[in-house]
Design a protein around this ligand. Structure first.
Ligand SMILES: [Fe+2]
Length: 262
């Protein structure tokens, strides 16, 4: 089956996918699926239990200002869109592939293409996809995701910083282990000095951003933004997960015991 919009990347871009931070292009944003009115209709009918709204402050260091916002079950799609347009909201439309057949087809198409052109991904299996609709100026704090993921950008512009992955200067080892163990969420301390070593991008509709697994990143929107975030699993990702869990639950207590006995 041919992907809906086959990716026309260079061989190097396919080979670097998930290996280095990079922004390449796609054409999924041209689908009517991402038109304003279609998105409003989607929001209108969307199961409220799978809609999440958050708000946040402006300082990228104060990640405890990230707050969940209740959505009144009677709120219409149009009201949600206007709230995002005029407020400071981050709307996660979760389980999108389960509730929308056209989105399921888009996600399957993306992974068909990636699986075909990126043998190093070892036939990635899509795990979790979320449509993100977010306000002008909204931000996502410095964080890393336990699963490998990517961001397909559809509407608006956003600034993205990608920081070196698996570098304890940016992510202390114990934070990484705690994230895999589910003991803390995915945010951890940010120092603005980190930006000097980050790759910074201004994402436009039709860009897809990817980065190495566990690479820290953060986002600040310019306009109202619509993006699709998708994550995946491969056999080697499971192995990495088990290694980090072993570090957390076997190695860490063992190290403590050894230092105690000394
Ligand atoms: Fe992320």
């Amino acid at each position: 089956v041919t992907p809906i919009h086959p990716l026309t990347w260079t061989e190097d871009e396919f080979a670097n996918f998930g290996v280095t931070g990079q922004v390449t292009s796609h054409r999924y944003h041209e689908l009517p699926l991402f038109d304003r009115d279609t998105l409003i209709d989607l929001l209108d009918a969307y199961p409220r239990r799978h809609l999440q709204a958050f708000t946040m402050g402006e300082n990228p260091c104060l990640n405890d200002e990230w707050r969940c916002v209740d959505i009144d079950p009677t709120t219409t799609g149009d009201e949600l869109w206007r709230a995002v347009m005029n407020g400071r909201l981050w709307l996660n439309v979760t389980h999108i592939g389960e509730h929308s057949r056209p989105f399921a087809d888009v996600i399957a198409s993306m992974y068909r293409d990636l699986g075909h052109h990126c043998p190093h991904l070892e036939n990635p299996v899509p795990n979790y996809s979320t449509l993100l609709i977010s306000s002008p100026g909204a931000q996502v704090y410095y964080h890393l995701d336990a699963e490998p993921n990517m961001l397909w950008h559809m509407r608006g512009r956003k600034r993205l910083w990608i920081y070196p992955a698996m570098d304890t200067q940016f992510v202390p080892q114990e934070f990484l282990e705690d994230i895999f163990a589910g003991e803390i969420d995915e945010n951890f301390p940010f120092d603005p000095a980190f930006d000097a070593q980050a790759d910074e991008y201004l994402l436009q509709p039709g860009d897809v951003a990817s980065w190495p697994h566990n690479g820290p990143h953060r986002i600040v929107n310019v306009d109202l933004n619509v993006s699709l975030a998708t994550s995946y699993y491969t056999p080697s990702i499971y192995k990495r997960q088990y290694v980090q869990l072993a570090n957390r639950f076997l190695l860490r207590p063992l190290k403590k015991m050894v230092s105690y006995l000394r």
